[in-house]
Structure formats: C-alpha cells, structure tokens
Design a protein around this ligand. Structure first.
Ligand code: F6R
Length: 610
C-alpha cells in the first residue's frame, strides 16, 4: 500500500517520478505528489485523487531538476486530502513513506510541545519533523535519520531528501518493501520492481533495518548496527512490456488473457513429460532417506491467495495423504496455532509483501517450522524470509484484482502435491504422467475459452444490474466459487458470496428468491450428483441459474438461464479451468457498469499494512 519512488541522475526527475508513480498506482490511488529540487529550490506538487490529477497540475508547470521523490497514497492516517498527500516537509527535510508509524500520537504530542507545527494529520509528517529536529541540533542527515528511526515504532520504507544536501537521497526500510535500481550515472528507488523496469534490470533489494545513502554514482548501505553491507546486485528478467496494457482496455483483461502463457511459464521446466516426474529440486531438503520430515502442513495466505491455499488442501490431502490446515494470515497470527519443528509452513502470496502473511511467516519460523513460500514477486520479503521458495512465473500483476497469479498459484500447488505424492509413493508414476498430460493441455483449453469470451460477456451484461449474485460449488471447486464471488464484489461492487452447496440448507438457501442469480459450478466427478441436487433445490425456489459444467454434459432436468461449457479435464486440473469464466464474468459485469476495474474503490494491491 502506497507507492514511493525516488530518482537522482541526468534525466528530468519529475518525468521519471511521474512515470514510476504511474507504474505503482495499483499500490494506492487516493492522492499523489512529487518533490523536486529545481534550480536550488524545493518544489512540492500534490493533488487529491488519481495520478492524472497530479499530471494535470504538472502540465505546463513541471519542475525540472535532477533529484526528487514521489508518492501515491492509500490513506491510513488522515483522509485523502492535499494536506495529507506526500511528500511531507519539515524545514529542509522532505519525506515519502509507505507503512505505519504506530507511536505517532505520542511523538506528535512531544514534538508539538517543543514548538513543531504540523500541517497534516498523517503519521509520516512526524518522521520529517523528527529528522529536522536532529539536523537543527547539528547532526548530519544520516545521523539525524538514525536517531529518528530509533524513536519510531511501526513499519516503514522511507525516501528522504535534505534541501541542504541536494545530491543525495536517503533510504530506510523496516517491514515495507524498497528496491534500488542501478543505472549509469543515475539511480532509482521504488516500492516495487515494475516502476524501475523501463530504466534498469539491475536491482538491489533493501533488507529490514537497513539504511542507505544513494547518489547518482553510488549506493552505500548499512545494517541496523551501521556496519557497511555489501549488497548483491540482482538482474531481473521480467520483460518491461508485461507491465504495460498492450492494447487491452484494462490490465485485468490483459492479465486474464495472458493465462495460457503464464501456465506454460509456471510449469515449464518443472514437468518432464514421459517420465512421470515433476522436477522441483527446491523440495529435496524436505525429505530425508525418502521420508517426509514433517507431520503437518499449514498453508497461510490472504484473499485470493487464500482461495488458492484452500484448493491446495484438497490436492495435497488426496494425493499425498498428509494433514493440511489452511488459515487466513490475519487470523493465524492472533491465534495460538500449534506449530513446531515438524510443521511445514507454506505462505502463499503474489506480492510477497502482504503484512499479515509476512507476520504469520515470522511467527511460524520463530516456533521452529520449516517454511516453503509460493510467491510471484522475486526477492520479495516473504520469498527472502522463507527457507525454500517456489516461484509462480506470472510476471508483474498490475490489476488490483488478482487473476493470473491465482491460476499460477494453483499450478504450483498441484505440482507440489504431485512431487510430494511421488516422493512419498502415494501416487504412481503413471498417474503423475496423466496429471502432467492434463496440465499441458490447459493452455490450449484456456485459449479456446478465451476465444469464446463473447458468450460470457453477453451473460455478464444481462446480470450487470443484479443486486447480488450467489455462487455455489462443492469439493475442490468450492474455493473457486469463493474466488469468483470475491472477483465480482471487488471490482463491480455487486454483493456476491460463495457457498459450499451442501451448506445451503443450513441457512443460505433462505436468500434464494424469484430471480436471484446463482452461478453453479457443476463439473463431472464424485460430487456431480450431489451438486446437481443442490442446483435443483435452488432452481425450485426461483433462482436464475447460470450453470458452469463440463462440455458434453446435458442437464435437461434443470432450467438454466445460461450454460457455460468448460473443456473436459480431470478433478485435478478442473479448478484451474473453472476459475477463468468466473474472472471474465466479473470483469465484464464491472466494465459494463463502468467501474474502475484496475483500481477499484478503497482497495490497493500489496497490502503492506495490517
Ligand atoms: C483479490 C486480491 C487480494 C490478494 C490479497 C493477498 O483479487 O488480489 O485478495 O489476493 O490481498 O495478496 P498477496 O497474494 O499479494 O499476498
């Protein structure tokens, strides 16, 4: 949440900052601002609302300078307003911040007592005042920052500029992400990789507790004890074009359509057709003499990633016969879960920065669990903190509603389940071979469904004005129904809820009235007859049915208002295919209603505060 960016070098800093903010806008979009040193003068421009408002403000009045910082905000302390927009200034000190200063109230009180005057309601302004107070006392900018950070409780990534030191940016990180991009006589810093991709592939990832001094020619990083740290420079292989819309109306639509390729990228190199093997060497340390060292798996995540985790439980338990618990990170961390050295803890996160998932991971590590992350963003905090990482190769996901990351997470979970199952000899090589063959068919099947997206568009437009939409499913498809409902509510603001169909009679069926839209996932398999009974029950009570079912199925007894046919595959791969029409349905409803699909109200990608 909140995107920060900084630049120092030969280009016009304002242009680089605004471009970076555009690529970070998915992190927050209720106000934005830049601060640039121009002809020895500090110019700050801020505006409420989307970045385009800031761009309008800068149009014809753009400060030109070689150093600056910028911010796009998701409000935590203080409503969205120009005064609360970053950068914040106190004397010569200017700051942009992502995170939360938890002891802001007491610090503010103490500073006010000393005569500091505040111009915003934010926690961030306190940081500027603290640093200013120490520079006024004669401390160097670096020392003033160190002294200020010692007083702060909470999480932050900070980029700081001192007007009196106009060739340097100071950086600090604790709990929120910060990436430095190294250029030729220019350097960049941002919350996330996509902001830097057009400029450089050489990146340095700041660790918690580190502070840094960045000039156009260099980067000096120190750890929490102020010892110099030699940082590894990583080369990022993401293609900058994957962070562009590429002719699509929205990032979300583009990302939905990218899925056939993403699946290939995610299983590519990890399956060896004809051998009955899944190649995930990363998993080897989890086995000793062919035996799995752990007696319990915990999968913890938030939102869409949690839905992937729920599907993973069905696969892992059925294929590997290992007990699996799934938990929401925000619940897990405040319970007293039973974790020990015999636990394998799997955090799932697209961004790798979600505050609750990160905190749950830290907690599991402290209690001795072995940790295996499923992450999309390379070198993210969750990836770096985990003992083992299996990356989903979904590329940058910009649309706030997760789509391609979800199906990539499912693909990785299935691969892990197959790899574990084979190692534990719970599944034959020939069965693995069948599952792999089905996986390899998915991209083609998805392409076929995407070619027919118009059918789903027409259905979505018919239901776009619905007050609510209910989703029902059973078994491994139940979490997919939950995910479909989440997609719809978050981008179209239509109330939607997913139910385990077997639970309907325990309460939810009371919601069904004449014309209530119900989307039913009815794939073939051992729950088919059961879900069809539930479909009949809601139909008998007046539901307006949209049936998702396998190609070739005839559900004559049920009067569906619309039927969407899904290419035939097995129980294992079917959830990946069933997710796709639900994503399209949500997208087309939202687009028809004219909501801001890529930046839905109140939301932000990468929830770095709890
Ligand atoms: C919904 C969505 C969110 C995220 C959740 C976790 O479309 O994107 O629910 O799935 O915030 O984010 P990550 O996976 O980055 O930890």
């Amino acid at each position: 949440m909140c995107g920060i960016v900084g630049y120092i070098g030969r280009r016009n800093a304002t242009e680089v900052l605004v471009d970076g903010l555009r690529r970070l806008e998915y992190r927050g979009y209720d106000s934005a601002g830049v601060a640039v040193m121009s002809d020895g003068e500090l110019i700050i421009k801020r505006s409420v609302g989307k970045l385009e408002n800031l761009e309008k403000l800068l149009n014809g009045d753009m400060p030109v300078g070689h150093i600056g910082i910028g911010h796009t905000r998701w409000a935590t302390h203080g409503r969205p307003s120009e005064a609360n927009a970053h950068p914040h200034r106190a004397g010569d000190i200017v700051v942009v911040h992502n995170g939360i200063i938890e002891n802001h109230a007491e610090l503010r009180k103490a500073l006010i007592k000393k005569g500091h005057e505040f111009s915003s309601e934010t926690d961030t302004e306190i940081v500027a005042h603290l640093i200013h107070q120490f520079t006024e006392q004669g401390h160097s900018t670096k020392d003033a920052i160190v002294r200020s950070l010692a007083k702060i409780r909470g999480s932050y990534s900070l980029v700081i500029m001192n007007v009196k030191d106009p060739d340097t940016l100071y950086l600090a990180k604790l709990g929120s992400p910060l990436v430095v991009g190294l250029g030729n006589k220019e350097n960049f810093v941002a919350s996330d990789i996509p902001a830097l991709l057009p400029y450089t592939r050489k990146m340095v990832f700041m660790e918690d507790g580190e502070i840094a001094k960045m000039t156009a020619d260099g980067l000096v990083v120190r750890d929490k004890d102020l010892h110099l740290v030699k940082k590894e420079v990583k080369t990022i292989t993401w293609d900058p074009l994957t962070a562009e819309k590429g002719g699509f109306k929205h990032f979300m639509l583009k990302e939905i359509f990218e899925q056939p390729k993403i699946l290939e990228d995610t299983y590519g190199g990890r399956v060896a057709p004809g051998t009955g093997k899944v190649i995930l060497k990363e998993l080897d340390p989890l086995f000793k003499d062919g035996k799995f060292i752990y007696d319990h798996i915990y999968i913890v995540a938030c939102g869409t990633s949690w839905h992937a985790a729920c599907v993973g439980k069905y696969w892992l338990e059925r294929i590997c016969r290992i007990p699996v618990s799934v938990d929401l990170a925000s619940e897990f961390r405040y319970r007293d879960p039973i974790i020990n050295k015999n636990t394998l803890f799997i955090p799932i996160s697209q961004s790798g920065e979600t505050a609750d998932t990160l905190a749950a991971l830290k907690m599991a590590k402290e209690q001795g669990a072995k940790t295996l992350a499923i992450c999309n963003v390379i070198e993210s905090s969750i990836a770096r903190l985990s003992d083992i990482v299996v990356y989903t190769h979904a590329g940058p996901e910009i649309g706030v509603a997760s789509t391609k990351a979800f199906t990539a997470q499912l693909t990785v979970l299935l691969l892990i389940a197959l790899a574990f199952g084979r190692k534990l000899k719970k599944i034959d090589a020939s069965d693995v071979e069948k599952r792999v063959a089905e996986l390899l068919e998915l991209p083609g099947q998805m392409k076929k469904m995407l070619d027919n997206a118009g059918v789903i568009k027409a259905i979505a437009e018919k239901y776009a004005d619905s007050r609510e939409v209910l989703y029902i499913a059973r078994g491994v498809h139940f979490p997919v129904a939950l995910e479909g409902a989440l997609k719809l509510k978050e981008i179209s603001y239509v109330y939607s809820e997913g139910f385990a169909a077997g639970e309907l009679k325990h309460g939810p069926i009371a919601l069904i009235d004449n014309g209530t839209p119900v989307i039913a996932l009815t794939p073939n398999g051992y729950t088919y007859d059961k879900i069809m009974n539930n479909v009949e029950e809601v139909s008998a009570r007046g539901a307006d049915l949209i049936l998702l079912t396998d190609e070739g199925n005839k559900s004559d007894s049920v009067k569906a208002a619309a039927t969407i046919y899904i290419p035939k595959t097995s129980w294992y791969t079917s959830p990946i295919l069933y997710a796709l029409p639900l994503q399209l349905f949500a997208y087309y409803v939202a687009d028809h209603k004219g909501t801001d699909v890529d930046q839905p109200r109140n939301l932000a990608k990468s929830v770095t505060v709890e």
